[in-house]
Ligand binder design. Structure first.
Ligand SMILES: Nc1ncnc2c1ncn2[C@@H]1O[C@H](COP(=O)(O)OP(=O)(O)O)[C@@H](O)[C@H]1O
Ligand SMILES: Cc1ncc(COP(=O)(O)O)c(N)n1
Length: 269
């Protein structure tokens, strides 16, 4: 069985973070492992508290995973401080981790800030260059490219600029911001739009986490990057189209929609 590691924060409400990653990897037929960066107290209406682990304890979790079960892919989500980013970069370099998918989580769908200002700099210098692909949404890409994004044209310019500057492929998510579900992949020899059908569902808590874990799962299974993105888009569309409606805010997606379908059918490969 193929394996994937999620390095991310815990979401007590189960819709985003580590919990979304485990559900997504499992539903995609990949064995999920975790290294927790922080606990959050949150629900569908917002985040009320964050408790970070120490960099040493994060490094210890990574040591135990890598020395025993080498992950076929790694997904990185919420990492709130520069010291934690350094710890991850050191360990991923030491173990020569492959298929790294980095979701540069900065602000939760509910509006809460999930990374400190100084950490963004460290993210740019240490972690982004290690990634196979990063998956910013529009506000995150604006921070990374230092430009405003108001149109599909702006998305192309920003993605090309980020690829040129950091050397990793970029999947720039149109998501909710540009009112469609079209994402753009720019990488070595690739520039491709993935046209998602917009699903009229206000419950999008954890969409970013889910997409990046689904890409990591498919890279773990051996798919090339563009095929991994294509399959991840299909997965998230299915999870949104199931129209789960939980909680008082922007609710989570339904990962059980995928049980026994094409995603889990490949488990034994
Ligand atoms: N209503 C929707 N219908 C279909 N796809 C969506 C919808 N909202 C988001 N997506 C897709 O979900 C993925 C996550 O995107 P996004 O919501 O922008 O991430 P983030 O949580 O980081 O802001 C993207 O592939 C995006 O196109
Ligand atoms: C622990 C944690 N990590 C990430 C997110 C972002 O969620 P989204 O995928 O909705 O942007 C979150 N709300 N909580």
């Amino acid at each position: 069985m193929r394996t994937a590691l999620s390095i991310a924060g815990s979401d007590s409400s189960g819709g985003a973070g580590i919990q979304a990653d485990i559900k997504t990897m499992t539903a995609n037929g990949v064995f999920a492992m975790t290294a927790v960066t922080a606990l959050t107290a949150q629900n569908t209406t917002g985040v009320s508290g964050i408790m970070e682990v120490t960099p040493a304890f994060l490094a210890e979790q990574l040591d135990r995973v890598f020395e025993d079960i080498f992950p076929d892919a790694v997904k990185i989500g919420m990492v709130s401080s520069a010291a934690l980013i350094e710890a991850i970069a050191d360990k991923l370099t030491e173990y020569k981790a492959k298929n790294i998918v980095l979701d540069p989580v900065m602000v939760a769908t509910s509006g809460a800030r999930l990374i400190s200002e100084e950490a963004i700099d460290t993210l740019k210098k240490r972690l982004i260059p290690l990634a196979e692909v990063i998956t910013p949404n529009i506000p995150e890409a604006e921070v990374l490219a230092g430009t405003e994004i108001r149109s599909a044209d702006d998305m192309e310019k920003a993605a090309e600029q980020i690829f040129a500057e950091y050397g990793c492929a970029v999947l720039l998510k149109g998501g909710h911001q540009l009112n469609d579900a079209n994402d753009l992949l720019v990488g070595r020899g690739v520039k491709k739009w993935f046209e998602g059908k917009r699903i009229d569902n206000p419950n999008t808590h954890g969409t970013g986490c889910t997409l990046s874990s689904a890409i990591a799962s498919n890279l773990a299974k051996g798919y090339a990057l563009d095929e991994a993105v294509e399959r991840a888009k299909r997965y998230i569309s299915g999870a949104l189209a199931a129209m789960l409606d939980l909680g008082h805010g922007s609710g989570p997606m339904d990962h059980a929609f995928a049980i026994d379908n094409e995603f889990t059918a490949e488990r034994k490969n």
